[in-house]
Design a protein around this ligand. Structure first.
Ligand code: BGC
Length: 362
């Protein structure tokens, strides 16, 4: 009998603990009611996606949702099976930063059958009608900021004729964003390429020639090595257009190995995007000229707002209904503002805003 009483007491204690634990994960202020939201991120290997995932999880939980956050190590098959799993577990909304924008058709077919809504996060999901909303930064503008920086740094807009040598890098060919970054930058630079003020000695400008699969630093480093050997053995390179920071990091490594960073071989103008910690250090050291800051806190907050609206049966806030055609339909989008960053304004942008601590950048 005594044993029975103590088992009953233990069970009651367990029930109390479970109730307490549940009330902790579903804060009283949140309206999410504990509904499950699946968040599929591409990889942990790039800094930004870790931040995106963390912000999404924290903000969704604060709004009262349960979160299944998964990273797919840049493997399309892994991402597809993670999403299948989220569907099986009963997710109500899927938030997906795709690895290959074209490869989610089948799994999103399954999500649609269950009535699950889908938000494409940062990268457009292509080739399917089963994507309801898209939240990103203005990707064309990211490229424009990079192009304008080059134009102004060289004084091309003030009549400087050069000629200056330039090489152009492209992002991952399976990422829709890569084409927008490229278009924004090249539309800005083209008049100066056409006039001869900027000279691309390799002649390589098509995405097939300049794209770096998987946004890999090793890939951009290897291509930069090849370019330097083939075209710049007797002349310095003046400008490198890099669409993001992971590629810029590989380019810096290649330049250093080739002896850049000295008085007769100064670092070329080099662009980037994301303000990754490594690259902000490069900005401070004068090895990379600029980056584009995309505050992942803002994007995550927007997407949580979208999830909330969907769950309440209202319309999520969107500010663009024209730009992002995924091949089947134009996906209603919210575009956040990307911001120019360099060695002069990084403190205000990144430290004062609490994005990084000063110690992280040492
Ligand atoms: C993102 C960039 C990022 C790149 C590599 C793009 O889709 O918009 O911010 O640098 O992927 O992860």
């Amino acid at each position: 009998m005594r044993k029975f009483v103590s088992i009953a007491a233990a069970l009651m204690l367990l029930a109390t603990l479970v109730t307490l634990a549940t009330s902790c994960t579903v804060p009283s202020g949140g309206g999410g009611g504990g509904a499950l939201i699946g968040v599929a991120m591409p990889t942990k290997s790039l800094q930004r996606w870790n931040q995106d995932g963390d912000h999404m999880k924290t903000k969704l939980e604060a709004a009262g949702y349960k979160v299944d956050l998964q990273y797919a190590a840049d493997s399309v098959e892994t991402q597809v099976s993670q999403i299948e799993n989220m569907i099986t577990k009963g997710a109500k909304v899927l938030v997906i930063a795709s690895i290959d924008g074209e490869s989610l058709k089948g799994v999103l077919e399954d999500a649609a059958k269950e009535g699950i809504k889908v938000i494409a996060y940062d990268r457009l999901i292509r080739g399917t009608e089963h994507v309801d909303y898209y939240a990103t930064f203005d990707n064309y503008k990211v490229g424009e900021l990079q192009g304008k920086y080059i134009v102004e740094a060289l004084g091309l807009d003030k009549g400087e004729k050069g000629p200056f040598t330039l090489e152009v890098f492209g992002g991952s060919p399976d990422d829709n964003n890569a084409y927008f970054f490229n278009a924004g930058a090249m539309d800005t630079l083209r008049p100066y390429i056409d006039s001869g003020a900027l000279v691309i000695k390799s002649g390589q400008v098509d995405m097939e020639q300049i794209a770096i699969p998987g946004w890999k630093s090793e890939g951009s480093q290897a291509r930069m090595d090849n370019l330097l050997t083939a075209y710049y053995s007797d002349e310095n390179i003046d400008v490198v257009l890099s669409p993001n920071d992971s590629l810029a990091a590989g380019i810096v490594a290649s330049l250093k190995a080739a002896g850049y960073g000295s008085a007769d071989k100064p670092f070329p103008i080099l662009t980037g995007q994301d303000c990754d910690v490594t690259n902000v250090k490069h900005l401070i050291a004068g090895e990379q000229s600029m980056s584009v800051f995309k505050d992942t806190r803002t994007l995550a907050a927007k997407v949580v707002g979208m999830v909330d609206a969907i769950m309440k049966g209202t319309e999520p806030e969107i500010n663009d209904t024209k730009t992002y055609d995924n091949g089947i339909k134009v996906v209603p989008s919210y575009l956040c503002e990307p911001v120019f960053a360099d060695a002069n304004n990084y403190k205000e942008l990144l430290i004062d805003s609490g994005y990084y601590t000063e110690d992280q950048l040492k």
